[in-house]
Design a protein around this ligand. Sequence first.
Ligand code: SF4
Ligand code: SF4
Length: 412
Amino acid sequence: MGEEEAYEFVTSTLEKERIEPYTREESEVVHSVQQCINCGICLSHCPVVAAVGIYRFSGPRSIAVELSRSPPEFWATGDTIYLCTGCGTCMEVCPKNVNIPEIVNMMRSRILRFRPDLVPKGLHVVRETILEHNLAFVPLEDVEDKTESRDMRLEHYGLPLIETPEEAKSEVLYYPGCQAEERSQEVREAAKIILDRFEVGFTMLEDMCCCGLPSRLMGDKDTAEKLASRLKQRIDELDIKKIVTTCAGCTSNIGDASFAYDWNVPVLHLVEFLTDEVGTDKLAKAFTKPRGKEKVKVTVHDPCHLIRHTSRQLMDKALLLLDLIPDVKVEVSTAADSCCGGGGLVAYHSKDVSKAVVKENLEAIRLLEAQRVVTPCPLCTAQLEDNLFQSGSSIEVDDLTVFIAQRLSNKG
Ligand code: SF4
Ligand code: SF4
């Protein structure tokens, strides 16, 4: 083959395989993969591999290896790359700090850019929802419907209604996230009750928009960045000095954005805000006295986005908080820190995989004979609640924010 012929062959192959050189950012990720020593530790810890087997999901080590494959095989990863829940367990146990969840995001981003036909349909639907509404769920358009749903939830949980403060310049922004804004409204209301109870001046956005995590997880980097800069613009307009969230995903994602783009705005989960800024003395005095002789036996689920993507200390703080509440006895489940299967947008296209992953948690919870499960994340709450209910269990699941608000005494 002559030089010219060879050149043409290479150019047409690149075009046919839709290959573009790695960006600088992508090159860094690829470089991190080269640290992999093929030890396989990650493989034996991956909850998806454990739940569905290596033939359905080839696991983190193979994800790292796919990057060095030839383009047709690279695109073939489309079959498995979407089954990763992004739990971060592989990254936590890896002796070489290979960041598999970031590699997954990068591969999804390349697939979305060059081969959108390989992206599961369910993710295209979420993407369109975000592009249209700036939220991960289609919002309830009728204000009355939304108010009615909120009031029913407040009644169900025995919580009072606290008026939402008007959007105004404030030091503290309470950011509920899409799930608490549009679905689990009791979490948003409970956070308002708690902040009001401790006389924390705060504001909320009138035009709540997604933090960008679902976009990032499906590989839609452009939308993720657009949403992050929109949030930053609102932060600047309102002179926000601190963001408080009640969702594990929002905590880690906004925290990452604040760090990456030098926002200089700390992002705290409400649990951390309460233990560190309100203080345990005030908290202990605010909880109601024991109601009966029997303590409520609860167990805790640790959201991946808190323990592996933010800090394990956050769950120590959650346990400290629970310990201050009279009437509550915490039993730690052996699967407390195991992924609930609700991450990585897996449930949007492969519900069977998401269900298989949560099984380990459900078994461990059942063995404890706990009455309730609490977790500081509305998404984990929904995933555990649905699956416990479908399995015929009578164990109740509470978002920790709601659990706390229900046990506070009145002001004064
Ligand atoms: S992030 Fe979790 S699900 Fe994904 S490969 Fe790693 S251990 Fe498996
Ligand atoms: S644990 Fe890390 S070094 Fe070992 S195979 Fe997995 S990615 Fe490679």
